[in-house]
Design a protein around this ligand. Structure first.
Ligand SMILES: NC(=O)c1ccc[n+]([C@@H]2O[C@H](COP(=O)([O-])OP(=O)(O)OC[C@H]3O[C@@H](n4cnc5c(N)ncnc54)[C@H](OP(=O)(O)O)[C@@H]3O)[C@@H](O)[C@H]2O)c1
Length: 235
């Protein structure tokens, strides 16, 4: 699939994996719509893309707000006239044993990691169904497949996201819409402010490459799920 001149919304594009995906897509000629809450960081990514000859706009968006997501869709349509790709990447991870986890922390993870994906996916579907073409890529996590102490609610959101993605994929395939779930292991970002062993860890650019791989498969192929883990197990 040739990505040139297609239009992609990327949530959580202000840093980390989302930023890397936005930059990688823009290098392929994709018009990218950068969505996250912090305008300042979005504008820095937008500037970087423009300096490399790409096209990007920034739309400050809290993916947990139905109105904000609606605004994201309206503004994207106004600027580019269509939506071809949605990358549901925005995510929150708060790692703590259940006994210590606050209700607000539970809600923050549920709201961004699940409700945000639901709101954004539902919002792009009418346009994608109408044009009989679309790509929805959900950034889940290996935490949605493996359990670990301190990760209960984060794991639950990603487990849930994988279930959501599988169902959505079956619902929309008849409209030529592909739904892809990518589950990385630990990635070298500031996510959850965790200490990471940087020598062997997966880089945000590796996840971006994986997104490109899924998007550029022949249109008849939906690579529905991809796991990414470091070759050598980190100590
Ligand atoms: N890093 C890892 O080890 C790892 C591993 C597996 C999966 N993942 C997943 O990969 C995705 C990206 O993670 P990352 O490592 O790149 O994390 P990151 O560097 O912390 O970036 C998270 C992004 O999500 C955005 N975000 C958070 N809450 C939001 C909200 N309410 N509305 C809109 N945007 C929001 C943040 O922007 P603002 O704060 O500006 O809103 C930021 O752009 C997440 O879904 C995460 O679960 C990460």
């Amino acid at each position: 699939m040739d990505l040139k001149n297609s239009v992609a919304i990327i949530t959580g594009a202000s840093k980390g994996i989302g930023r890397a995906v936005a930059i990688a897509l823009s290098k392929e000629g994709v018009n990218v719509v950068l969505a996250a809450r912090s305008t300042e960081l979005l504008l820095m990514v937008q500037k970087e893309i423009a300096e490399n000859g790409g096209k990007a706009i920034s739309i400050a968006t809290d993916v947990t707000s139905e109105n904000a997501v609606q605004n994201l869709i309206i503004e994207t349509q106004k600027k580019f006239g269509k939506i071809d790709i949605l990358i549901n990447n925005a995510g929150v991870g708060i790692f703590s044993n259940v006994i210590d986890l606050k209700t607000q922390e539970y809600e923050a993870m549920m709201d961004v990691n699940l409700k945000g994906v639901f709101l954004c996916s539902r919002a792009v579907l009418p346009a994608m169904i109408k044009q009989k073409k679309g790509e929805i890529i959900n950034i889940a996590s290996l935490a949605g497949k493996n359990s670990f102490a301190g990760g209960s609610v984060y794991s639950a959101t990603k487990w849930g996201l994988i279930g959501f993605s599988r169902s959505l994929m079956l619902e929309v395939r008849e409209y030529n819409i592909r739904v892809v779930t990518i589950s990385p292991g630990s990635v070298n970002t500031h996510f959850a402010d965790k200490e990471k062993n940087e020598s062997q860890i997966i880089q945000p650019e590796d996840v971006a490459e994986t997104v490109l791989f899924a998007l550029t498969m022949p249109n008849r192929v939906n690579v529905s799920e991809i796991d990414i883990r470091p070759t050598i197990k980190p100590r």
